[in-house]
Design a protein around this ligand. Structure first.
Ligand code: AHR
Length: 508
């Protein structure tokens, strides 16, 4: 296999068979045992009032010289529509538990200005409120995931918010919505009962959080025919107390959340987003893979109380968290997004897909200009990140059924970090076609992935020469997927995966 650069793009020449020294991984896919359908909501997004995520990222206002659709950036809207974002979680995060929805309705000029105490202490003019968010979700074709404020508002306030958004009656709240420009009710698919009750959402004890969930969920209602799902705030990382207590004592809910962030080092010294050594490539991927254990253990707790798997697990915050970019506003969590993030995205989505019987939703943190973003903007410029490209490629798995697959092959080892070199996920798409995702985690060596399948496969692959290859406003196409297809080895379909690559192919 050869790689070459043309016009700044990494090109792979895959026609030649891998030479003798190339590592080989063998994959056996059992096409006879499809698992539970992969819920498309695992490809969800998170958009908090944080840094330049909402303002500049989504909302520039109608008067902006940046091309916009009723105030929403046109380039961003088009890019998000292309990846069929299934749902967007809003307004927080930590921001949500100090948010009063009444601040964000009515004439914009009259909305109060608050201080965003969680994120940089900047002023929040509330020009992006309920109408702006709900209309945005509709514009990009996504469901709304509203995270209620259980930290500092009453159940009554939250009930009123939901009535304002979703009632088709002639109530004062529904008519106030109409007066503010929206006749028909909006659909709220997901109702989050708070956020991180163990931390910024109220620093509660698990028992208190379970009681809070019982109480707030009781009054957090939408019209029955809307089919809204209530998501209880659960655990984080390797702390399972909140999951256990919520499942046991939290009353009635449809989903339980868990949050997990991937850092290369430790939280108070995370490491940079670019210019990192190979040890931090490896530690980042290793930490990302740890979410499998967290999901597995949380699912086991849920099984004890919900053997029928009626309650979904929602990983409604996940992604990489690095030191913010030098020179960026403190507290804005702006970070670059590299090929390493693409690998984290692919490995994480593979894990959620494997747990399709329990994981019914996930929201990457966050959509634009914050943490592991899909999109970065700078005034009128926009770039799609390597993570965006993975979400684009993984659309093939929306609604697919996982197929058990066994991989035997070499590990990628770097210092104390060891992981399989080839991570493979197989699924049967809704159209009956077999779809494969293959990740080569090794940044220095190619791997030939030999399957038990026959036929041909076509798709796309994402790779680059540098571990921290990324797209910039001056070079927006440094990392982007290119066509990729299978080669045949002894009649078996095989894939020549270059170092540090992610591929998704459809098998014919
Ligand atoms: O995504 C950034 C922050 O991380 C969120 O506001 C909070 O919920 C989490 O701790």
């Amino acid at each position: 296999m050869l790689g070459r650069i043309l016009g700044g793009v990494f090109l792979l020449v895959l026609a030649a068979p891998a030479h003798a020294q190339t590592a080989v991984a063998n994959v056996t896919i059992d096409t006879s045992k499809p698992g539970a359908e992969i819920n498309r909501h695992i490809y969800g997004q998170f958009a908090e009032h944080l840094g330049r995520g909402i303002y500049e990222g989504i909302w520039v206002g109608e008067a902006s010289p940046i091309p916009n659709i009723r105030g929403y950036r046109k380039d961003v809207v088009e890019a998000l529509k292309k990846i069929q974002v299934p749902n967007v979680r809003w307004p927080g995060g930590c921001f949500g538990d100090l948010y009063d929805w009444r601040d964000g309705i009515g004439p914009r000029a009259k909305r109060p200005v608050r201080v965003n105490v969680h994120w940089g202490g900047v002023t929040e003019d509330n020009s992006f409120g309920t109408h702006e968010f709900m209309n945005f979700a509709e514009l990009i074709g996504a469901e709304a995931y509203i995270s209620l404020n259980v930290g500092s508002l009453t159940p009554y306030d939250n009930a009123q918010w939901l009535e304002y958004m979703t009632s088709d009656s002639q109530s004062s709240l529904a008519n106030e919505r109409r007066k503010n420009g929206r006749d028909k009710p909006w659909k709220v698919q997901f109702v989050g009962i708070g956020n991180e009750t163990w931390g910024c959402g109220g620093n509660m004890r698990p028992e208190y959080a379970a009681d809070i969930n019982r109480r707030y969920a009781t009054f957090a209602n939408t019209p029955r025919e809307m089919g809204s799902l209530k998501i209880a705030s659960g655990s984080h990382d390797d702390n399972f107390d909140f999951a256990e207590t919520m499942m046991r004592d939290g009353g009635r809910f449809d989903g339980l959340s868990v949050h997990y962030y991937t850092v290369p080092r430790i939280f108070r010294d995370k490491g940079p987003a670019t210019g990192f050594p190979e040890s931090e490539w490896a530690s980042t991927l290793k930490h990302a893979l740890h979410i499998d254990e967290i999901v597995t253990k949380t699912a086991a707790i849920m099984d004890k109380y919900d053997a029928g798997k009626k309650i979904g697990l929602y990983v409604d915050e996940w992604g990489t968290w690095y030191d913010q970019e030098p020179g960026s506003h403190p507290g804005f969590l702006y970070q670059q997004n590299t090929l390493r993030d693409a690998q984290v995205a692919a490995l994480s989505l593979n894990i959620f897909q494997r747990h399709s019987d329990r994981v019914k939703g996930a929201n990457i943190a966050q959509m634009i200009n914050v943490l592991q973003a899909m999109i970065l903007t700078d005034k009128e410029k926009m770039v799609l990140t390597p993570t965006y490209h993975v979400f684009d490629m993984y659309q093939a798995f929306m609604g697919a059924a996982p197929l058990p697959s066994t991989v035997t092959g070499p590990d990628y080892v770097q210092g104390d970090n060891r992981m399989p070199m080839a991570d493979v996920f197989a699924g049967r798409g809704k159209d009956g076609k077999l779809v494969l995702a293959i990740v080569n985690t090794d940044p220095g060596h190619a791997v030939q992935v030999v399957t038990n399948l026959t036929g041909t496969a076509k798709g796309r692959i994402l790779s680059a020469f540098a571990m921290d290859a990324h797209n910039t406003f001056t070079n927006p196409n440094m990392v982007r997927p290119i066509p990729f297809s299978s080669s045949s080895e002894g009649g078996k379909m095989s894939f020549d995966m270059p170092a540090k690559s992610v591929a998704v192919v459809i098998v014919d």
